[in-house]
Design a protein. Sequence first.
Length: 262
Amino acid sequence: MKKRNIVQFTIVTLVLSILITACTLPNNQGNNLTEENELHVAAASDLRFAFEELGRTFEEEKGVKVIFQFGSSGNLAQQIANGAPIDLFASANKKFVEDLVESGDIIEETKALYAIGRIVLAVNKNAHVDVKSLEDLLLDEIQYISLANPNHAPYGLAGKEALESKGLWELVKDKLVYGENVSQAMQFVQTGNAPVGIIALSIADVEEIDHILIDEDLHKPLEQMLGVVSHSNNRELAESFAVFVNSPEGRKIMEKYGFYLP
């Protein structure tokens, strides 16, 4: 019994020793690698394909890890305003960045336009529907139309504006199926859950989808803006990535995915 108690005491002492040693390490020890070599970027969903390629290229050149969080610009802006650990924000609508500048959450001198987006009418290739224009959305065989939620997704708002310009919004709104963001709206068409949808040109080039460019005069310009978050611990790295996006190399990648350049 005494022998067992000695063993138990030894184990407890050893555990306490490890815990005490861990607690007395310098505050930044073990965290420097993450802080200095990881860049956290909140980016609009239309940027997924383009920014993932930009991120890989940037990682190779700088030896850092770029971690992306994709979502609707409105939701991402709200997270940043609430203190989310983000270094750089790339919005699909300049208004969200400008609002964060006003609130002090984005550093004003870092804001910059980086792209002009376009929307397309996307059609699932296996849906067997003859859709070539927005007016074709009135067809009886079209029961569902995918669209990013216009309340917080800029590409969804642009889609709504295009439908309103054509006098179609009230006629088709009961058919609409909202995605949380434009990437989810694309997935609804890609999987066939909706035969058609209005999505971003930058993510429309997938095997299951045909797409038709929508006249840009039907909606307000999708002026996309980025900026460095004021509470970022990696301002220098965030600024470096922002410059890279607008560099000749970065713009070549953005153009590849259908973005017009400001």
